[in-house]
Design a protein around this ligand. Structure first.
Ligand code: SF4
Length: 341
């Protein structure tokens, strides 16, 4: 059966037309789903009994079950959801002074094979649908009785490898009649799928693009991220420059510091050369050590030196606060552990 949350508002209008209903019903259904956050068609009380029956015959609501929930001392909560076909995905809720931010997954597994990521080694199974992406937000908001204000596509999966469903999910999240989260509060993180970066630049979405860069030369980056063999740094940087020019939006470059690998001042110098003059920000991440992983976390002293060096040379850099380090918060860790049990 089809998932009613897979459709953005315009698509839902068309769906309803096909079952002989007036398009304005789509707006009513959208309101029930994303503003009233009901879990059953029978709760949509301004729809006729007959329409509710029709909806039940044709669509599911895709309400997730929580398989596991871990809460960190710092308030970060990690969920493992049953996506109703025997597979599980992770979603992480982080609490900041400016509100709640949710890190959502976009695929079940990932094909990219980044060497520092706990999702590596878990087979790619399938893309999540738009509704399955959106459901992560609804399920967490309902469970914690909160309103989420920021969405980051930084969980399991390469969002741009599931381009259509991710963009469609963003339209539902962003729609004022949907979840109504401003596009500027939505961030997509990519390992660097160059053709999709060009495509995203053409969409009329004001979301933030984050690039998982992690190294400033091809040799090092390829050793950490095999995707770099397909789309080397020069091509990636060209796509980023084009994205900035088209959207006038600042790009965020993610740089996970691994001890004795990419964390010395020569690496910082190379990074400055690469990013000089670009409208960008560097997010330095103390790398999360994963089981059997080949990288160790850089020392705090090194991380601060690296940041100061970038800032002193005109590149805005900040260190990402470590959240949930006591609860397997690196993407893929919780799922990986549970798959083994
Ligand atoms: S870091 Fe992201 S893109 Fe890379 S393997 Fe992990 S989930 Fe996939």
């Amino acid at each position: 059966m089809k998932n009613i949350k897979d459709y953005d508002l315009e698509e839902l209008k068309n769906e309803l037309k096909q079952i002989g209903e007036k398009p304005f019903r789509a707006e009513q259904i959208f309101k029930w789903l994303y503003q009233d956050k009901v879990k059953e068609f029978d709760e949509m009380t301004n729809l006729s009994l007959q329409l509710r029956e029709k909806l039940k015959e044709n669509y599911t609501m895709c309400n997730y079950k929580i398989l596991k929930k871990q809460k960190s001392k710092d308030g970060t909560i990690k969920y493992l959801f049953d996506v109703l076909d025997g597979n599980a995905i992770e979603t992480v809720l982080m609490s900041y002074h400016h509100g709640y931010s949710l890190c959502v997954s976009s695929q079940i597994g990932c094909k990219m094979g980044c060497k520092f990521c706990a999702s590596t080694g878990i087979n790619f199974i399938r893309n999540l649908t738009s509704g399955e992406i959106v459901e992560q937000i609804l399920a967490v908001e309902q469970d914690e009785n909160i309103r989420i204000s920021n969405i980051v596509f930084m969980g399991i999966g390469e969002p741009l490898d599931n381009y259509d469903n991710v963009v469609n999910a963003i339209r539902i999240i962003n729609n004022q009649k949907g979840l109504s989260i401003g596009a500027r509060h939505i961030s997509i993180s990519t390992s660097g799928l160059v053709p999709k970066i060009y495509k995203l630049a053409e969409e009329n979405i004001q979301c933030t693009l984050s690039i998982s860069l992690h190294a400033s030369n091809n040799e090092k980056r390829s050793s950490m991220m095999p995707v770099n063999n397909r789309y080397p740094i020069e091509e990636l940087m060209q796509a980023c420059k084009d994205y900035i020019k088209k959207t006038n939006r600042r790009i965020s470059f993610e740089y996970a510091l691994a001890k004795d690998n990419n964390d010395n001042l020569d690496d910082a110098k190379e990074l400055i050369k690469l990013l000089k003059g670009m409208l960008c920000h560097v997010n330095l991440i103390p790398i999360n050590k994963i089981e059997n992983g080949q990288f160790d976390k850089s020392s705090n002293e090194n991380i601060m030196k690296f940041r100061d060096f970038l800032n002193d040379h005109g590149i805005v850099a900040t260190i990402r606060r470590e959240l949930g380090s006591d609860i397997d918060a690196a993407c893929g860790q919780l799922r990986r552990k549970n798959l083994k049990q």
